[in-house]
Design a protein around this ligand. Structure first.
Ligand SMILES: O=C(O)[C@H](CS(=O)(=O)O)OP(=O)(O)O
Length: 236
């Protein structure tokens, strides 16, 4: 039996979706979910996503390795930022990492009534699609967007995932169709499209162009972070 795939374009709209019994794929291409996948691929033991700086600070005070970002920049006093390149080293191997970011971690904390919460990014998109097919459940792609608004790069990921799942899943609503059509219109040059996104322009001063190039690379890693309690653990 075919299941359904739906797309929620902003955390401000997620209350309109019934998450019960479904898989929610949270996506924040630039850059939180790309960072989480990268950290797990480089050996992080688990990731604890938290919505607020206060929560992250309390973990920091207990000796946890913590990443904190607001407005694209690393928050003073926290050792890690929100660039995937900061997680490609020995320091994070075997460590639990606490992360709070402007949009991505908030979207995760707003998804917890789902049956399962997965973390998706272009860099693990095929692994996410394969995992979903194995589970045989309805799916909602939850785009983290930017401060409640819809953004280009997360919508493109939603469209790419809809394309990968269109044999196993019916498109449940117009946002699934819209994101699919949009993805198909630019998929041959994703980097060029995302380079012109508001996020890329906003973060221009932070020199994140190499982050953007990395974050639109497809299926580099073969793992899926899945939420277990309050922690993300890697599943193949
Ligand atoms: O660090 C990022 O890339 C963004 C910063 S902002 O939302 O554009 O200010 O945070 P994220 O939570 O990864 O979207």
């Amino acid at each position: 039996m075919k299941r359904n795939i739906d797309v929620c374009l902003s955390p401000e709209l997620i209350h309109l979706y019934d998450l019960e019994g479904k898989i929610v794929v949270v996506v924040d291409i630039l850059r939180a979910t790309s960072v989480m996948v990268t950290a797990m691929a480089h050996g992080a033991k688990e990731i604890i996503p938290v919505a607020t700086l206060d929560e992250a600070k309390s973990y920091l005070d207990q000796g946890y390795l913590c990443a904190a970002e607001r407005g694209g920049a690393q928050v003073e006093g926290f050792p890690l930022d929100n660039s995937p390149f900061s997680y490609m080293n020995e320091e994070i191997k075997g460590q639990p990492i606490v992360i709070t970011t402007t949009n991505g971690t908030l979207a995760i904390t707003k998804s917890t009534s789902a049956d399962q919460v997965l973390v998706g990014a272009f860099i693990n998109i095929q692994a996410v699609a394969d995992y979903i097919v194995r589970q045989g459940k309805d799916v909602i792609v939850h785009c983290a967007g930017w401060k409640g608004k819809t953004n280009m790069e997360d919508t493109l990921f939603a469209g790419a995932l809809v394309e990968l799942l269109c044999e196993s899943h019916d498109l449940a609503c117009d946002t699934a169709h819209l994101s699919l059509k949009y993805y198909q219109s630019v998929k041959d040059n994703l980097f060029e499209a995302v380079k012109n996104s508001a996020h890329a322009k906003r973060l221009n001063k932070l020199d994140v162009i190499k982050d953007i190039e990395f974050c639109v690379g497809q299926s580099i890693y073969d793992l899926v972070p899945v939420l277990e309690g309050d922690k993300l653990v890697a599943v193949k």
